[in-house]
Design a binder for this molecule. Structure first.
Ligand SMILES: C[C@@H]1O/C(=N\OC(=O)Nc2ccccc2)[C@@H](O)[C@H](O)[C@@H]1O
Length: 472
């Protein structure tokens, strides 16, 4: 282990934290990054080890499902209020229809367990302002619907009972609140936003106190000028939650610094505990290796851009289960987490495509999950056949594109050799040295009908062979 780690750490040292500018060149900040480098406490390690999560986008928007007054809007269904230019009073009348008779928190938790997710991020309140918990600071909550009960509380208990961590999505932007402002252009705006921040603090404190097992807050709706001009509040919100819930993790999207810089402060240091900018996109495995220097979490939709339930998925490309799986592996191969989105129906059931996706991912994770959970960036050069992940001394090859050559090329850090075996079935796989630090790993003769994983043992062994470099 020491051998591999020492080789690996040499590789990583070259990619340590962004070079800290000499102190006198850094801009002094009151509301910039609170910490340099990755958090190393147990709660953050659990966040990191979880690797695979699910997003639940569920709110009033699930009832119309993208259609209003007979017109179907192609945009994201959870933004229907905006696309159809509906007033909040009109939109909130949907509360009278909120009675998800097929909702069963235990069934949702069972589905998540079978999918192999280690955590679920739930929209406590999306931009529309409807709260899945009976907040005493708002009249737009489940308590004021025919359903009446605390949906968030039911879900937190059900997921936790299955050993699944719960994270809270919280939209700061709240279209239903009279004091919300997109920008601050007057004293009146300033006073309104002060009331709005107090309202938001009250709701955040309420969520932390009612649901103390929550492990993370994923803030959204923080891109407008009204927030960027109030970096102090974003730093205060993070500090308040961390005092209420020691160990809780907070995403970078909450934060704006003294100058309105978001995610990374004016000195280039990440704010929050993990970067949350990879939404429906992923860093390039060759050009964007910088992301391996910090913690990050990506999130993705199954259609091109639908987080809430939309009744017509034919309006955009819908990723196949293998394409979703590849994005999960891609994220982990670069030291990130991946959260796959589900948009439950207004009746509280899931659409068939999402049930099938959960089943496919779950069956694959049952056989191959050791290449995902607790894994990180391997430090090996990306190859066309797929992705590497690493856990301790073990390097995993996750193969999505077996080549016609039937050989998987592996380029190792200097002075090592490798042994290989299939994760499913454990069968040894032939390895042949082909050049300095280059090996051919055989594709299994009976090609599996799904992406397969080969586990490498890295050995410090100078091979007897010598190689001459071309004289150019
Ligand atoms: C996870 C997604 O998060 C969102 N928006 O995220 C953004 O970062 N939006 C954005 C992207 C680029 C520029 C400005 C805002 C929401 O609007 C969306 O409904 C969903 O909840």
């Amino acid at each position: 282990a020491f051998i591999f780690l020492s080789l690996f750490s040499v590789g990583m040292a070259a990619q340590a934290q962004p070079k800290k500018l000499p102190a006198d060149l850094e801009i002094p900040l009151q509301y910039g990054a609170d910490r340099l480098g990755k958090r190393q406490d147990a709660a953050m390690q659990k966040f990191r080890d979880n690797r695979l999560g699910a997003f639940i986008h569920w709110g009033l928007y699930a009832i119309p499902g993208g259609e209003w007054n007979g017109k179907v809007y192609k945009g994201a269904a959870e933004w229907l209020k905006s696309w159809a230019k509906i007033s909040s009073d009109e939109w909130m009348k949907l509360m009278d229809q909120w009675n998800p008779e097929k909702f069963n928190a235990k069934a949702w938790a069972k589905m998540a367990k079978q999918m192999g997710v280690k955590y679920v991020k739930i929209t406590t309140k999306h931009h529309e302002g409807f709260c899945l918990w009976p907040s005493k600071y708002s009249k737009y909550t489940v308590a004021q619907t025919p359903y009446k009960k605390d949906i968030l509380g039911e879900l937190v208990k059900a997921y936790n009972d299955e050993g699944i961590d719960v994270h809270f999505y919280f939209s700061v932007m709240d279209w239903s609140h009279p004091d919300w402002r997109y920008d601050i252009k007057s004293k009146e705006d300033e006073e309104a936003m002060a009331r709005f921040f107090e309202f938001t603090d009250n709701q955040l404190r309420e969520l932390a106190e009612r649901y103390p097992t929550v492990k993370d807050f994923w803030f959204d709706g923080t891109w407008d000028a009204s927030i960027k001009k109030n970096g102090w509040w974003t730093a205060h919100a993070e500090k308040m939650l961390k005092e209420l819930l020691p160990g809780v993790t907070i995403n970078s999207r909450l934060r704006a610094d003294d100058y309105g810089k978001r995610h990374f402060d004016s000195n280039g240091h990440m704010m929050g505990d993990y970067e949350s900018g990879y939404e429906r996109r992923l860093p390039d495995p060759v050009k964007d290796l910088k992301v391996t220097r910090w913690d990050w979490e990506a999130c993705m939709t199954v259609p091109e851009n639908q987080w809430g339930y939309h009744k017509d998925w034919s309006l955009s490309y819908v990723k196949t289960p293998v394409e979703v799986l590849e994005r999960v592996v891609h994220a982990v191969s670069m030291g990130g987490n991946m959260v796959v989105n589900f948009g439950p129906q207004g009746d509280g059931d899931f659409r068939p495509e999402e049930k099938e996706l959960a089943a496919y991912i779950g069956s694959w994770m049952k056989k191959n999950g050791e290449c995902i959970y607790g894994c990180d960036y391997a430090g090996f050069e990306k190859q066309p056949w797929g992705y590497y992940t690493r856990k301790g001394d073990d390097v995993y090859m996750v193969v999505f594109n077996p080549p016609y050559s039937r050989h998987l090329v592996v380029k190792t850090p200097g002075g090592t050799s490798i042994k290989a075996a299939q994760v499913v079935g454990g069968k040894e796989v032939k390895v042949e040295e082909t050049a300095r630090n280059e090996f051919n790993v055989d594709v299994p003769s009976a090609l599996p009908d799904e992406p397969f994983v080969i586990k490498l043992k890295i050995e410090k062994k100078q091979s007897g062979k010598t190689y001459r470099d071309a004289l150019t």
